[in-house]
Design a protein around this ligand. Structure first.
Ligand code: MG
Length: 164
């Protein structure tokens, strides 16, 4: 059996030194603001996985009212969500993601981001794809007030059972 999940996240941007995105730090003079490390892409992926398996959502697993989640590594959050799926008999087939950011240009960083996400999830790099869109200079994305990300995830029951 296959299931799909959709994840979306938005974070404010503010003055900073380095943008945490997809588990890496991209040199940039603005940073993503939030309770955890504010990695908008990993948050969208985490929600897509949990949604596909109907196993909760990132806010329920890691509430921002819990001080333990302040500054938390989103890679750890993603791996804990994936562990929840694995325990329930699911494995990841593939992810397809979109980042919405006016700047910086994401494309040069795509190989490292894909490698990092694949490593966190224990899948082949070909199972992780990533695209990026600007905000065309308008709205919160285009004016560099916010960054957003979306992800769809396909999962399948594992190990597969054969129905005769
Ligand atoms: Mg978030």
């Amino acid at each position: 059996m296959f299931r799909i999940g959709l994840g979306h996240d938005t974070h404010r941007l503010g003055p900073g030194n380095g943008l945490v995105l997809g588990g890496i730090v991209i040199p940039h003079e603005r940073q993503s603001l939030g309770h955890s490390d504010a990695d908008v892409l990993l948050h969208a992926i985490t929600d897509a996985l949990l949604g596909a398996a109907a196993l909760g959502d990132i806010g329920e697993m890691f509430p921002d009212t819990d001080s333990a989640n302040r500054g938390r590594d989103s890679g750890d959050m993603l791996q804990r969500a994936m562990q929840r799926l694995t325990a329930a008999g699911w494995r990841l087939v593939n992810l397809d993601c979109v980042i919405f950011a006016q700047r910086p240009t994401i494309l040069p960083h795509r190989p490292r981001i894909r490698e990092r996400i694949a490593g966190l999830l224990g899948v082949d790099i070909d199972a992780v794809w990533l695209k990026a869109k600007t905000g065309e200079g308008i709205g919160p994305i285009g004016q560099e007030e916010a960054i957003a990300a979306e992800c769809v995830a396909l999962i399948e029951q594992w190990p597969q059972t054969t129905n005769i």
